[in-house]
Design a protein around this ligand. Structure first.
Ligand code: PEP
Length: 247
């Protein structure tokens, strides 16, 4: 199971204290789950140094090109060079606020693998799409167009994040999560065959210490992508410890 924290645009130097607390606690009480923290780019190298190999560190985005005249952007190679081993691509906030298309997200995923990173590709429907009963066709389109064929043989996770559940305190029912994750699993298997088994499907959207145990126990939930509740070590630890034993 992969429990990943997405700090978004949060975190100055004092936030390193949260990573140190997390690492201290995980050293004292090891877990089977893989733990990943994706801080803002400015902190990747310092979080990597504090992680002492106990947790993995990742970027929240990368540019498709390895280098070049792209002011303000960061390449996958730079994430790797800073000590990252994962990168998130296609987060709904990037799709919404930066106009990222499925095609661009796919190019970023390929860049992540090129640099030797694991790639978390985010997908998920808006509230209007769910109310219209279109959630499966929306995620099918995103899966088809934002996940390159190489995913079957490259370190990849899919994060199912209903947009309306991100940062709202609202979550789908466990039945809805189970239905969607079973659907995604069958789509991945159709496309990647046995390679699909290596692709965990994370749930993301208002996971917190109170609902984590129930969500992480849903079949085909292979972990969580956690925003707000990953900012404080105590909350994130509670979520990490909610992962089923042996997962
Ligand atoms: C996210 O940023 O991917 C996320 C799921 O945020 P939150 O947990 O705050 O809803």
């Amino acid at each position: 199971m992969l429990i990943a924290g997405n700090w978004k645009m949060n975190g100055l130097s004092p936030a390193l204290g949260e990573v140190e607390a997390l690492v201290r606690e995980l050293k004292a009480r090891p877990v089977a789950a893989n733990v990943l923290v994706c801080p803002p780019a400015t902190l990747v190298s310092r979080v990597a140094a504090a992680a002492s190999g106990i947790i993995a560190v990742g970027g929240q985005d990368c540019h498709p090109q390895p280098s070049g005249a792209f002011t303000g952007d960061i390449s996958a190679e730079m994430v790797r060079d800073a000590g990252g081993s994962w990168v998130i691509v296609g987060h709904s906030e990037r799709r919404q606020y930066h106009g990222e298309t499925n095609t661009l997200v796919a190019a970023k995923a390929s860049a992540g693998w090129r640099a030797g990173l694991g790639v978390i590709v985010c997908i998920g429907e808006t509230e209007a799409e769910r109310l219209a009963g279109q959630e499966e066709e929306v995620v099918d389109r995103q899966l088809a167009a934002s996940i390159p064929d190489a995913a079957g043989a490259s370190p990849t996770a899919v994060a199912y994040e209903p947009v309306w559940a991100i940062g709202t305190g609202r979550t789908p029912t466990t039945e809805d999560i189970a239905r969607m994750h079973a659907h995604l699993r069958s789509q991945l298997t159709k496309r990647f065959g046995s390679g699909a088994r290596m692709i965990p499907i994370l749930y993301g959207g208002s996971v917190n210490p109170r609902n984590a145990k129930e969500i992480l126990a849903v079949p085909e939930v292979g972990g969580a992508l956690v925003g707000g509740a990953s900012l404080k070590a105590a909350d994130f630890l509670a979520i990490i410890h909610a992962a089923p034993v042996g997962s």
